[in-house]
Design a protein around this ligand. Sequence first.
Ligand SMILES: [Zn+2]
Length: 209
Amino acid sequence: VQIILRYTTSTVVPGGEGRAVAVRAGQRVQVVNTHGGQVADTWAIAQDDPTVHLSVAHSRVAIGAVSPRVGDELVDQLRQPILRIVGDSSGGRHDTLLPACDPARYRSLGVVGAHRNCQSNFIEATTALGVAPPFVPDPLNLFQDVQVTPSGSLDLRSSPALAGSAVEFEALRDLILVVSACPMTVIPISGEGSGPRDVEIRIAYTGAD
Ligand SMILES: [Zn+2]
């Protein structure tokens, strides 16, 4: 009789902040929308070469869609598999079109002074692990509902993801997963009248790992 012990590690990503975790090839990792409605900018970079990253542009071609679905294999900028989506209880609204929010974005929206942003969150989180690449790739914006209208316009809607819903990935190589609980509140992509909320990264692994 084979007994498989399944452990889980949990990393809370505080609202408005970013965190990075190491994930080994074959492991399952979930991004959990703990309180619902929170957009989570997400990146994957290769452990053996942090300049190799999940590329949303190349992934759109690989999956033939602007929003990934269960079963889709996401690729890096060399078109090699890096992450597979194996589960999604969030309703499946995920954006691949928008870059991370950054200081210039907040200035253009009329914010005066410093504002937390996903670009800085990525740099802080990867620097903390000593794996910061010299650029910030475009993220996979989990739980972000961006609709492309028939005329080609973008419609930025509030995230419909419910509390406790999650996306589950299988790592297809050793990688670093980075998640930013997007601090954007000027545009209500994460809902009206609420600050950024925590999300959670859960890694499942067996006793054999
Ligand atoms: Zn953001």
